[in-house]
Design a protein around this ligand. Sequence first.
Ligand code: SAH
Length: 352
Amino acid sequence: MGLNSRMDKKQDIRALTKTQLRDFFIENGDKAFRGNQVYEWLWAKSAHSFEDMTNISKETRQMLENHFVINHIEVDYMQRSSDGTVKNALRLHDGLIVESVLIPTKSRTTACVSSQVGCSLDCKFCATAQLKKMRNLNPDEIYDQVAAINKESLLYYNHKLSNIVFMGMGEPLMNYNNVLKAIDKITSPEGLGISPKRITLSTSGLPKMIKKLADDGVKFNLAVSLHSAIDEVRSRIMPFSTAFPLNELKEALIYWYAKTNSRVSYEYVVWKGINDGKEAINELVKFCKYVPCKVNLIEYNSIDADEFQQANPQAIENYIGVLEMNNIIVNVRRSRGKDIDAACGQLANKKS
Ligand code: SAH
């Protein structure tokens, strides 16, 4: 019985590389080329079942069925916001749910994808942090989120997905290998063929892992959730960061820029009484001088945490004024999809 059930356990076909898949067909008396065809179905065409593979013979499909499973994610439910934002709750093969978001603007659509179920970190202003971390997502689960949004983009907006941001649930740099493998597939012509220049990985700022990205020569963009350039404030609102003082973050970013020549984005929310004063602005300006960068001021999305309240418009104007005076690029990011809990920091597996 034990032996049988072990033998019955089918392998996840998408854990195989293209070479392994080609070898599988050779070993089973078929042509290596069949491996290429199946690989194309699995990735570029994002097939959910062997039955979908219409140019593969029935016997071969049956043979695949006997050996393998396709652990494709399924859209559990989908919500559309009044502003066009779409939130997908995706069911993973083990029943866990993860969320991703499609954000349309006039000229493009952006996918906001998750890297973990829940999150390992403890940012006090983020709803995802209130879920405990369940597990890392596999490369194919990350890829599937993007493929699903790409389909929705074609369906609702008549064009392919144009940008991807790793700003959904989880800390991507705490699931480093899987996130990089997923990005490889997303950018590969055999996957979705999306340019790495259109992908941004957002991290809460783990210095060692930022250096690793630089060493690995990645071609995508880096965003850092800064929120404060004062250690004492930052470690209060992002307690994990006590272990990663701003000095180390600065050093890692200098290293990143030296190796990649790629400008860093700082994500920054301004809250009443926390970082809306002069000193906070001046310290941010100083921090911005270390490497070429831009600042994205993000609107706060309330998560019912009393200590956090969006700063008043004057405080935001002060930030913009001082940053621009110092020739620092600053964008104000309006929140999208708030009515369906799809905005930054609101992903917590809630149906609205
Ligand atoms: N862990 C990664 C990616 C996920 S968070 C990171 O920290 O960068 C995506 C962005 O949303 C981060 O910049 C985060 O600081 C921000 N964010 C979290 N909670 C928010 C909230 N309630 N309102 C606005 N932005 C929030």
